[in-house]
Design a binder for this molecule. Structure first.
Ligand code: HGY
Ligand code: MN
Ligand code: MN
Length: 417
């Protein structure tokens, strides 16, 4: 029977979250630890030092994923928990960090309790979950699960032409372990919701049923730089106007196709001068929908629009796919374990789909997986103002602990044995 009186050390978890947030501190409450940057290295170093303090077996794999393992009393497949510690450019304190440090806290709590579990427990910090510097996102879990190869990922470059392989080596995290070397029974990820639902509908725990489909594109639009005063409108080949029309069309799609969300997160003009018609624009487009067919419909409509826009605007538009992941449901028994864990602790719990992408969406392709959400105040995330109340952080950590305990005692589980 799973002991129900064990609880995490909430103060320790929160103080580690704050310590990690001080790395890459942006001075406005947020943090900037872009994947494989110097601040990401410092965050990694701090996390590895905590893994060693707790006495775990530490492994770095060939894509820089960091794994800490607490062996179990049998050789049954372990329970893996984790997330990421890289951030977007103007990130908050909790996105990803809560899942990694929550997992470490669960493992340390179990170790301190002296409880010997039949299954081991492991924590993983995946490389480049955000995709802010190197695309696609969830790169470390794509390699871990075999969805991408090292040969595909090492050459990926950032906007300065620096590549993944060189940057991994530069920061000292080009590890020796094979990605996916650990074959877990299950994967659990604790994460902030990053949206307003829990915060505005009574709080509590989210038992995440899956992740919506995601499509990231980069458009390179080439027109003709020209004088903004002398060039008659009908002679202009305005790459900037074409970019604006793509952005507006994407926004129209969110009303035309239910469930669609769209974002133009990057737009770079060349030249970028008040009195020059932009000759070249590089922009990104993030389209998402919980339904694969609807996302495909949005992508198809955008492709038709872009083809017509080239002719109308007299520009050429090249498209590069940056990321494309189908909607990913989570394992029903795992979702049930999250619900049971929350209910055993007296927390309200509700099922919900994740609007954000997560490493869990890749892990779900190879092992029974589920996520635990805790509220984001005002639904804000990818923003220095990102905040989750301490009580909710601790609640999430205890739900992760209770779910991990149930799974670690479940030796009859078919998956993983
Ligand atoms: O973009 C996302 O949904 C995630 O935060 N990487
Ligand atoms: Mn995240
Ligand atoms: Mn994120």
């Amino acid at each position: 029977m799973t002991p129900t009186n064990i609880r995490i050390n909430g103060d320790r978890l929160i103080s580690r979250l704050m310590a990690l947030a001080r790395i890459g501190d942006t001075g406005d409450g947020g943090a900037r630890r872009l994947a494989l940057s110097d601040t990401d290295k410092l965050g990694r170093d701090l996390f590895v030092s905590w893994l060693k303090d707790v006495g775990l077996d530490v492994h770095i794999d060939k894509i820089g994923n960091i794994v800490g393992i607490l062996p179990g009393s049998t050789d049954a497949a372990p329970i893996l928990m984790g997330s990421h510690i890289d951030t977007v450019g103007s990130g908050g304190k909790y996105d990803g960090a809560l899942g990694v440090l929550g997992a470490l806290e669960v493992i340390e709590t179990i170790k301190e309790s002296g409880l010997k579990l039949p299954r081991g427990l492991a924590v993983i910090a995946f490389t480049n979950e955000e995709g802010a510097r190197f695309q696609p996102d969830i790169l470390g879990s794509c390699v871990w699960t075999g969805d991408m190869t090292l040969a595909e990922t090492y050459p990926i470059t950032d906007s300065d032409g620096k590549c993944v392989g060189d940057e991994l080596d530069r920061i000292g995290y080009l590890g020796a372990a094979e990605p996916g070397f650990l074959k877990p029974r299950a994967y659990l990820e604790l994460h902030i919701e990053q949206g307003p639902v829990l915060d505005q509908e009574g709080g509590g725990i989210g038992a995440v049923t899956g992740v919506q489909a995601i499509s990231w594109s980069e458009y390179s639009i080439v027109g003709e730089p020209n004088h903004a005063g002398t060039t008659p409108m009908k002679y202009r080949r305005n790459a900037g106007l074409a970019a604006a029309r793509i952005t507006v069309f994407a926004d129209d799609l969110t009303r035309a196709i239910p469930g669609t969300v769209a974002n133009g997160g990057v737009i770079a003009f060349e030249p970028s001068n008040v009195n020059v018609v932009p000759g070249r624009v590089v922009m990104t487009l993030d389209l998402r929908n919980p339904d694969d067919a609807r996302l495909a419909d949005a992508e198809a409509r955008m492709a038709t629009f872009v083809a017509a826009l080239q002719r109308e605007a007299g520009v050429t538009i090249g498209r590069r796919e940056l990321a494309n992941f189908p909607a990913q449901p989570f394992d029903p028994t795992m979702i049930g374990a999250v619900e049971r864990a929350a209910q055993s602790l007296g927390y309200p719990v509700r099922r919900m789909v994740s609007g954000a992408g997560h490493d869990a969406q890749m892990m779900a392709t190879v092992v029974p997986t589920a996520m635990i959400f805790v509220p984001s105040v005002k639904g804000i995330s990818h923003n220095p103002a990102e905040h989750t109340e301490p009580a909710d952080i601790i609640a999430g950590g205890n739900v992760l602990l209770a779910a991990a305990l149930e799974l670690a005692h479940d030796l009859d589980a078919a998956a993983g044995g």
